[in-house]
Design a protein around this ligand. Sequence first.
Ligand code: DX5
Ligand code: ZN
Length: 214
Amino acid sequence: MTVKIAPSILSADFARLGEEVRAIDNAGGDWIHIDVMDGHFVPNLTIGPAVIKALRPHTARPFDVHLMINPAQPFIEDYAKAGADYITVHAEADLHIDRSLQLIRSLGKKAGLSLNPATPENVLEYLLDRLDLILVMSVNPGFGGQSFIESQVEKVARIRKMIGDRPIELEVDGGVTAEIAPRLIKAGATAFVAGSAVFKTPDYAGNIAALRGI
Ligand code: DX5
Ligand code: ZN
């Protein structure tokens, strides 16, 4: 099985977002990773549902929407309507994660849960059957271009064991490079988010292929 690559448009040229989304689609990106930040849960502010809605006609690829907002629950429906396919909330930003995950699925979307680097994986234990995706943060969320936090490789391996044969995607986000990718695949990751590693040069297709290890 080939690992999925979800280029993060946080590293794209914001003045040409539609064009950038089409370019990563043509370059073979599997999902479009969209980082939503509120300036409160994380120290940065990015985009909201209006921009996601405007980008929707530019690609048929799934939108992998990463909500770094607190609270998330009151806004989930807005992101579903804007065209998200995966909606991921943070374990640290929601008092009622179980309810949020149920809400995401009730809107016909795939439900994701993200864990910050310091959050232990046991928070997943009673939620596994509500999850379509687990997003392991391998940087502290807020910015692209940070360095990969090594301890998260072991967390990925532990989560892989917890997942068993459930059809849950195990995605890693932050500081992923072509050098680090093979170890994460070995640990059981099925998808990578990549911002700087994809957008660092104009050869998006080459950069995506390098992350896949081809
Ligand atoms: C960080 C975001 C990431 C970020 C990844 O808070 O969640 O998706 O864009 O960018 P790189 O790959 O540059 O670390
Ligand atoms: Zn992200």
